[in-house]
Each structure stands twice: as structure tokens, then as C-alpha cells.
Write a protein that binds this ligand. Sequence first.
Ligand code: ADP
Ligand code: UDP
Length: 242
Amino acid sequence: MEKTDQLYEGKAKKVFKTDNPEMLIVSYKDDATAFNGLKKGTIAGKGVINNKMSNLLMQHLESQGIPTHFIKELNDRETLVKKVNILPLEVIIRNIAAGSFSKHYGVPEGKVFESPTIEFSYKNDELGDPLCNSYHAIALGLCSREEIETVKKYAFKINDLLKAFWSECGVTLVDFKIEFGRLSDGTVVLADEISPDTCRLWDSETGKKLDKDRFRRDLGNVEDAYHEVMVRLQRSIESKKG
Ligand code: ADP
Ligand code: UDP
């Protein structure tokens, strides 16, 4: 599959058209941003890790009945995906208090919830991705009532599957952000990426942060943390293959 025009350059990825109008190529960069683009930097090797990790996780989810945009990994940084119309919603699931949740509600980081929470942000950089609920999303015309129900159902199932998957790697899935999109026939599928950029991942024994918080909070050893979670994931997959 040949890359043609660049369709979009985002903060972490570039998106290219292909000669098939239903398919795109995403190319993962090492650029890192935080706080709505205010903090900028580079995490060496991040693009390669996020590409591979996202693809492995999406393939696992697909095998468990979650439709995703994944088609084929093309090389270290590039993946062929199904083109979708992104629902302009960031869907956030939390198992443990951290980040903005802890700040908003005055809850210490690390408080484990009895059951997971879901929240939505309207994906709009100019407005700073404001929080919204499912009624707002429908009122704003971001998606239909049926679509938001599908998104909720998939998001909680994805959480169950990823929590179990990471737990086998000695990693606790604290929270994560996912995005969904519509294929040309209207089917809602999981799109974008699942990586240490978009998940909070803590070592299950020590609580060490193995995700983008190391960059956001200047904790150091950012590259090592990304590398470590990737190695753990690969080892776990290898051991399952026997
Ligand atoms: P951002 O736009 O937040 O800076 P990225 O740098 O990750 O984010 O850019 C990738 C863009 O591609 C995002 O806007 C994302 O919503 C979009 N995207 C992800 N998967 C697909 C897909 N399968 N089809 C179309 N767009 C996609
Ligand atoms: N997240 C993301 N992109 C965003 C905002 C959040 O991937 O634009 C992820 C983030 O990595 C974390 C989860 O969503 O895993 C919850 O983030 P939170 O709302 O706590 O925001 P933050 O602390 O990053 O401001």
C-alpha cells in the first residue's frame, strides 16, 4: 500500500492517504506534548513503541470481539488502518484516581474505585477539550444516542480486557483515553492509539509510573519507562505462545 498525500499532522502522529480511499497510514512520531500543547518535547524511540504496542493491544481486543481500525503494521513506525470519521470525543475510563480526577475532586492519587468511571471530553483544541456528558455529546451533534451507547459498552469491555492483559505483565491499568470513529457504512470502531501516551500504567508491586506522567511531571527516565512496559508486554505475549 502506497502513502499518498499527508492528510493531517497531529501532536503525536501523521496521517496519510493511500490509493485506497477506505484506508489510511498513520505514522508515529517521537514528539511529546502535554497540557494541551503547552509543554513540548521528544521521547526518543516513543513512536516505534507506541506503534507496536497499540497494534498488539488492538489485535488482542479484536480477537475478543471489539472492532478496531487496525489492518496491518507496515514498519516500525507506520500502520495501515481503516479510515474513520472520528467521533470528536475523548473517552476516559478510570479504575484508580489520578491526574485531573484527583485534582477536580480532591482525592489522593491511588484511591482504587469500587467500579470504573467513564467520562467524555469534546475533542476541540481551541476550547481545551471541555468535559461533557452523553447528553451534551448528543446535543452538540457529536454522535447519536445509539452511538454513545455503543461507545460506552465497548469502553467498559475494553477496560476489562486491558486490565486483565496488563495485570499479566505486572502492570496496573490506572486510567486511559480512547477514541472511536465511524467506518463508511456507519459501524463504530475503536480508532487512534492505546499506548503509554494515552494510558496510566503503574508497576503492580512498586507503583512506579511507566507512562507519559514521567514526561508531564519531569520524573526522569521517560524512555526507559516506555521501553520497560513494551518489553513486559512482549514477554507476556511470547509466554502465551508457549
Ligand atoms: P492530535 O490530533 O490530538 O494531535 P495525533 O497526533 O495522535 O493527535 O493525530 C492523529 C489524528 O488522527 C487524531 O486526530 C485522531 O483522532 C486521528 N485518527 C486516528 N485514527 C484514525 C482513523 N482510523 N481514521 C481517521 N483519523 C484517525
Ligand atoms: N489522556 C490522553 N489525552 C488527553 C487527555 C488525557 O491520552 O488529551 C489520558 C491520560 O494519559 C490518562 C487519562 O487520559 O491516562 C486521564 O487523563 P486525565 O484526565 O487525568 O488528564 P491529565 O492528568 O493528563 O491532565
